[in-house]
Design a protein around this ligand. Structure first.
Ligand code: ADP
Ligand code: ASP
Ligand code: MG
Length: 412
């Protein structure tokens, strides 16, 4: 008997049949004695469909308040359908939108942060042995306006509920049976991890592995919520995300995983003066446009001139190119070039901290496969390179093999 939050992603509730299957799984757990709060996403493809509708209506600048009203409808459909399916099975259930359970957020529409959750109505239902079905991805601000939490945000709704309700575990059910050494859709030899540290999971999520939303991992780490990723299609233990403490005795894998991000684009400002303030003169105005910059590279200057390269989200590529082209004279640059067919490929592992030579092994393998590295960035537990997108699969597979990720883990 446990008190659990169980979250089901879009594919897991993508059809009426899938929703019925989830309802049966919930019924079994409930009958076995578990107290359950369920969080659901919109049916697969629905949020994309709604985003496309909004773009048709407002091609230039989308009104984020209205966009959130629209996007929140996706999850409202699934909570109702799942509650109906449960009731058909004779299980008492009740659905709630984000504003009904009062998931209070700040007002940053489309990327709102959860501030507080009212536990009283949920705990009352749980006391009555009801299954509580909550809409993921949405909340309400202090003015009563609907907000959403960013793409993949139902993971964060689930973790926040588990933290607020002090649940025993937060279980994220999806279309893979756990967290793998890399995306199993790119490398079929990827191996499921039984455990992964919060630190590594945070790197994986922030470097592009969309299996969990970054904020969900941050939240779970901060409030020490035991978090597990499992399949809604087949039984299994999944992957537990945990602290690397003595109790857990995590093996110190040199490299625990490979992540990649296909959403980036590279921009180079050619021939700028090699003098103090240049990075600020280029990136300052871009930050003012609320555009996030990721990897940054400034070359050693020659004859007083240098090139300055950085990456942004692909959706912002054209906007940044146009903006900088309009400011050539102010920056004092010769030209702007760019490439939106690049990816960032990253190697992650807490074992890197105590081991030199991982980077050179990585570069050697990529060189042997004729993969050109355009940019490199490192931290204590990760190394990232920016490469041509055509080489992504080759890069992932060759690194996966080099670091023995498909076999027993290479431990320190
Ligand atoms: P959901 O709709 O359930 O939230 P997502 O599509 O957001 O599911 O996340 C699951 C997907 O994450 C998988 O189908 C898989 O392709 C992808 N993925 C990327 N990296 C990994 C990884 N390291 N381990 C497992 N899945 C991964
Ligand atoms: N439906 C939202 C999305 O597609 C939230 C989620 O599924 O987590 O991003
Ligand atoms: Mg997701």
């Amino acid at each position: 008997m446990a008190f659990l939050v169980k979250k089901y992603g879009g594919t897991s509730v993508g059809t009426v049949e899938r929703i019925k299957s989830v309802a049966k799984q919930l019924q079994a757990a409930h009958q076995a004695g578990d107290d359950i709060v369920v969080v659901v996403s919109a049916m697969s493809g629905e949020t994309n469909r709604l985003v496309a509708l909004a773009r048709e209506m407002m091609p230039a600048v989308v009104d984020v308040r209205e966009l959130d009203v629209l996007l929140a409808t996706g999850e409202q459909v699934t909570i109702a359908l799942l509650s109906m399916a449960l009731k058909e099975l004779g299980v008492d259930a009740r659905s709630y939108t984000g504003s009904q359970v009062r998931i209070l957020t700040d007002s940053s529409h489309s990327k709102a942060r959860i501030l507080d959750i009212d536990q009283t109505p949920i705990l009352e239902d749980i006391k009555q042995r009801r299954i509580v079905v909550v809409a993921g991805f949405q909340g309400v601000n202090e003015n009563g306006d609907i907000t959403t939490l960013g793409r993949g945000g139902s993971d964060t709704s689930a973790v926040a509920l588990a933290a607020a309700l002090k649940c025993d575990e937060c279980q994220i059910y999806t279309d893979v049976d756990g967290v793998y050494t890399t995306d199993p859709r790119v490398e079929s030899r990827a191996r499921r991890l039984d455990k992964i540290t919060f630190e590594e999971m945070l790197e994986m999520a922030s470097l592009g592995s969309k299996v969990l939303q970054i904020r969900a991992v941050e939240f779970a780490g901060k409030y020490n919520v035991p978090l597990r990723v499992l399949s809604s299609f087949e039984p299994g233990e999944g992957t537990l995300i945990t602290y690397d403490d003595e109790e857990n005795q995590m093996e110190q894998a040199l490299v625990s995983g490979i992540a990649f991000n296909r959403d980036e684009a590279q921009i180079t400002v050619v021939g700028v003066a090699d003098k103090p303030g240049i990075a600020y003169s280029i990136l300052g105005p871009i930050a003012d446009l609320n555009i996030e910059v990721d990897v940054i590279l400034q070359n050693i200057g020659e004859n007083g001139l240098t090139d300055f390269t950085f990456t942004v989200h692909r959706d912002e590529y054209q906007r940044v190119l146009d903006f900088l082209n309009g400011r050539l004279a102010d920056i004092g640059a010769q030209s702007i070039t760019g490439d939106n067919r690049i990816v960032k490929l990253s190697l992650i592992g807490v074992g890197m901290r105590s081991h030199a030579g991982i980077a050179s092994r990585m570069f050697k393998v990529l060189a042997e496969n004729n993969i050109n590295l355009r940019m490199i960035t490192t931290s204590e537990i990760k190394i990232s390179v920016v490469i041509d997108e055509n080489f992504l699969e080759l890069g992932v597979r060759s690194l996966h093999e080099e670091f023995g990720l498909d076999g027993a883990p290479d431990v320190s």
